[in-house]
Ligand binder design. Structure first.
Ligand code: ZN
Length: 170
């Protein structure tokens, strides 16, 4: 029953939730990063270290809430001449679950800090990456969190594939 529920959520999600994308520009919009995002930057750096053994610094990436956003995006990583800036849609942020907030931030930092593009690859019908163009449902993130973050940082789908097999069975 749990498996069916996840599949329904995934199908519905891909069709209705707005895409997230990268755009190019010329200068920073905000003078600094909103401190509400510091906890996500810190945990992103910590998880990066625990997965890769290396280190990454996100302090120069400015993250801020905006209400006006191109199309129906909920998050954008913009690469300016001087660096990177992330915009998060305020009305979405105000109602999003903690899982969705964290995943959205990690997705955008995946673009801005890790220089990753989108990955819409699926295994047995399940998304293998939070760099998917579409927002993943909370339900799926709860079940897959560690494996998804591992894939984000080491680009190996080994862990997530095992996790999906565990959930679906043979
Ligand atoms: Zn994206």
């Amino acid at each position: 029953m749990r498996i069916l529920l996840i599949l329904l959520f995934l199908t519905g999600c891909g069709m209705t939730v707005p895409p997230i994308d990268i755009i190019d520009g010329v200068e920073f919009t905000f003078p600094s990063s909103n401190p509400i995002f510091n906890q996500y930057k810190n945990s992103f750096e910590d998880e990066y270290s625990s997965v890769t053994g290396g280190s990454i610094n996100t302090s120069n990436i400015r993250i801020n809430l905006v209400e006006k956003m191109d199309n129906s995006f909920i998050g954008v990583c913009s690469t300016w001449k001087g660096g990177e800036e992330i915009f998060i849609k305020e009305s979405y942020w105000n109602v999003a679950s903690e899982e969705s907030k964290e995943t959205l931030l990690y997705h955008e930092l995946g673009h801005c800090a890790l220089k990753k593009g989108h990955n819409n690859e699926r295994y047995r019908g399940y998304n293998v990456s939070i760099m998917n163009s579409y927002n993943l449902p909370d339900h799926y993130i709860e079940d897959m969190r560690d494996s998804l973050f591992e894939e984000l940082f080491n680009s190996s789908t080994e862990g997530i594939v095992v996790r999906i097999d565990e959930i679906i069975g043979d």
